[in-house]
Design a protein around this ligand. Sequence first.
Ligand SMILES: Nc1ccc(Br)nc1
Length: 446
Amino acid sequence: SPSDNGSGGGRSGALSPAPITEDVQKIEVNPPKGTRDFPPEDMRLRNWLFNNFREVSRLYGFEEVDFPVLESEALFIRKAGEEIRDQLYCFEDRGNRRVALRPELTPSLARLVIQKGKSLSLPLKWFTIGQCWRYERMTRGRRREHYQWNMDIIGVDDVTAEAELLSSIVTFFKRLGITAADVGFKVSSRKVLQEVLKCYSIPESLFGKVCIIIDKIEKIPVEDIKKELISVGVTKEAIEELLQVLSMKSLTKLEEILGDAGEAVADLRQLFSLAEKFGYSDWIQFDASIVRGLAYYTGIVFEGFDRKGKLRAVCGGGRYDRLFSTFGADDVPACGFGFGDAVIVELLKEKGLIPELGMQVENIVCALDLDLQGAAAMVATILREKGLSVDLVLESKPLKWVFKRAVRINAERLILVGKSEWQRGMVGVKILSTGEQYEVKLDELK
Ligand SMILES: Nc1ccc(Br)nc1
């Protein structure tokens, strides 16, 4: 067995803490408030989740894109009273530029589309997975960062685009074992609001603000909703009509109020018809109260919810046909969704659907003699060049330590490089699941 370097095989190499002197300051080892580390076990779960995001994106023919976490603050400055604006993680950089950690991904996507301009052939089907930030007073103890999967279709003004996006999310849920009994989508259209406001001659300019106020309908008392609507100039009559329409859960009843001439009912009817064809009718329901909290949505909006009502929205999205002109470019029809990495994990835990994702390595290679470390490196290299993973024991360790590590890293095989075997061009192999052991010629190792 390898000579013992007196480390006792325990947490060998553990250093006693450096003496605190004037130039050594004990650092905070936890990440900043509201942020997370991803140690190996958590990173395996995150990679598993993101790999599912990517696989669904591939299945739907979407191309991956990415943008900087840091953007010009101007990208996110909208005057509709959104929460996302109030919580912007913004600052002035050393060049005196106003910048922000992105709170969402859609404005960056729009910026890139505008930047690329005519060089792009529509429609675009782009996806990204990116970290998004908000600066929230920690009194509420909520997170300040999360990762979002975004899928966007740019250049299609038909509801088929929204239907395709909803299909992709259903496909994602199904892959994870989540069913229509667990999760549903509340679907509506902001054109419902638009048509009501138009009936009461409420100016279009109020549309964004009204949507942001209405989005709070489940979160604050209805009297406060009314006060805020009044404060932005909506008449009492319009408010009563609005609240009545927003309580609708039936398209037929909505049609009785709005008539069948408007786009809102037509879009929704088409979406529900397409849902039949895609096979996800069980997953969606009309709910006029859904407006979502981003000012730039203009049409169909939707959000994924857990049917037990225990969690916040799992995902959300919609059509945003006017975003590009707010950036000074020509408008392009667009729709997309954001899917956060936190609520879905809570949901999977609730449903017992978190997969076992142990560390896995195919080989652990160990020199049985101090002067065989080079030979062990050669063996590791041969295996790695064959595409086999190797944990190479880098120091002289007792065999007991090596076996413990092999179990901890879930190695399939232990490759022992011993003096007598090496002289015969052989190495020892132990299959850790069965205990079977044998010698094999180096050039036959596979
Ligand atoms: N927009 C946003 C960003 C970060 C978190 Br956590 N939640 C929402």
